[in-house]
Design a protein around this ligand. Structure first.
Ligand code: C2O
Ligand code: CU
Length: 470
């Protein structure tokens, strides 16, 4: 039985026995999907919005009636959403109220080096600093998360991440917006029988509770119309393969780096750690009362990892008729900047694991924050040929700071359209090679990391860095 001391305090009908472990759980699809709060600026002037974040311990109600100890930005799990506008700067004053160092990295952001959250450029306990985000980049779904050297895996796992949305009024204004534009942040955790987080590195097997915006198996009541869903995988290691239980379509409109040129219809979406996709799902043809599950084909037979959340279609003002919905997905979403510059060089990046010493390597070396792995010319274009050379079937990915790249090919074959548009993180299954076309068009010089975004790997050395020079 699932009923431990904590569980007994809950109304009996809300409890079912947990599939694994003895943590109390709620009846699946009974808890409404929480939406992370949108942070308000403390001050705004003509060019800039100013925000404050405090990094601090907190409690989250992951399971109904259970207080789980987490670490938070501003007490919120996951952190609050920052909404930025293209061309308008954001400054975030961050205070570290933990006992450990913290660094904030804006994932996918084109930011100066001193605001990038380099692993050694941390905020010590009790200290604060201001990060400057110019937002001179395409509108996109970005996220911010901890990046302190060796600590990021644990600190992200325990709650240090939040959404950062750059918006551009000129971008496809007919897409669903407002309450019909919904973020879905996915992450897996392991809970003990008191509903507390279990933390250990490389513990993916035990992390069998999948959260959406901080709770397991929520339900979202949807009207009979189109919704824009922003899918963000904040997991340390879990790779999702999403489907709709009715076989329905996702119309993908955006990748990591913002809108694609044209929408693409998909019935299955694979999403590796740190990747984002934005899709439009049309519920207008569903009758009121219809329940559609978002499933994960990689989740095995376990409900908590394969039945991720539910959409419950509700009737609008008119029964048995779709909502008035003037949103639409235009056939042309965006015009992408060309990458015309000639390629200056091709680099080979090799990802591997040293099983003897339990370290993950890039080009045969563990991360050394004092070593410069590559020197890159600002404004140049390069091809990076990235190989997962692991003899064991360990998946890896590559995230490069301060750029949005294009994936050219995978094992020599042209990639699907959703990988050909701007991305900052690419999946590389064992044995595969991908080629990335990267233009270093950020106006900044300095030292920026690139790394595997399985953060359990990057925390144990699967990271390298480049110096961008003028
Ligand atoms: Cu999302 Cu260097 O990380
Ligand atoms: Cu890896």
């Amino acid at each position: 039985g699932a009923a431990g001391g904590v569980a007994l305090a809950l109304p009996a009908e809300r409890l079912v026995s947990a599939a694994l472990g003895n943590a109390p759980t709620a009846q699946p699809f009974s808890v409404p999907l929480p939406i992370p709060p949108v942070l308000s600026p403390v001050y705004s002037d003509r060019s800039t919005d100013y925000y404050e974040l405090s990094v601090r311990p907190g409690v989250a109600e992951i399971l109904p009636g259970v207080q789980t100890n987490v670490i938070t930005y501003n007490g919120s799990f996951p952190g609050p959403t920052i909404k930025a506008r293209r061309g308008r700067a954001v400054k975030v004053a961050v205070t570290n109220r933990l006992q450990t160092p913290s660094a904030v990295h804006l994932h996918g952001g084109i930011v100066p080096q001193d605001s990038d959250g380099h692993p050694l450029d941390v905020i010590q306990p009790g200290k604060h600093r201001v990060y400057h985000y110019p937002n001179d980049q395409r509108a996109a779904t970005l996220w911010y998360h901890d990046h302190a050297h060796h600590l990021e895996a644990e600190q992200i796992y325990k709650g240090l991440c939040g959404l950062y949305l750059i918006e551009d009024r000129k971008d496809a204004p007919s897409l669903p917006k407002g309450q019909f534009d919904i973020p879905l942040m996915f992450r897996d955790i392991a809970l003990d029988d008191k509903g507390q987080l279990l933390w250990a590195i490389f513990d993916g097997q035990r992390r069998n509770t999948v959260l959406v915006n901080g709770v397991p198996q929520p339900v979202l009541k949807v009207r009979r119309r189109k919704y824009r869903l922003r899918l963000v995988n904040t997991s340390n290691e879990r790779m999702f393969s999403f489907r709709l239980s009715n076989g329905g379509e996702f119309v993908q409109v955006a990748t990591d780096g913002g809108l694609m040129a044209r929408p693409v219809r998909r019935t299955e979406i694979s999403l590796w750690p740190a990747e984002r996709v934005e899709v439009v799902v049309d519920f207008s043809k569903q009758r009121g009362g219809t329940k559609i599950m978002l499933t994960n084909a990689n989740g095995g037979d376990v409900a908590s990892t394969s039945q991720i959340m539910q959409f419950e279609v509700i009737d609008g003002i008119r029964r048995d008729a779709p909502d008035n919905d003037d949103s639409e997905v235009p056939p042309k979403l965006s015009v992408l900047p060309a990458i015309g510059a000639p390629v200056m060089m091709t680099r080979k990046v090799v990802l591997s694991f040293d099983a003897k010493n339990m370290v993950f390597l890039i080009n045969g070396k563990p991360y050394d924050p004092h070593r410069i792995d590559y020197t890159v010319k600002r404004g140049s274009t390069e091809i990076w040929e990235v190989t997962n050379a692991d003899p064991d079937p360990i998946p890896h990915s590559l995230h490069v700071h301060v750029v949005q790249f294009r994936v050219l090919d995978r094992n020599g074959k042209a990639v699907e359209p959703w990988e050909a548009y701007p991305k900052d993180t690419v999946s590389i299954p064992a044995g595969e090679t991908v080629r990335l076309l990267i233009r270093f068009d950020a106006p900044y010089t300095g030292v920026f990391p690139f790394h595997c975004h399985f953060v359990d790997h990057s925390s144990v050395a699967m990271m390298a860095q480049m110096r961008i020079v003028a």
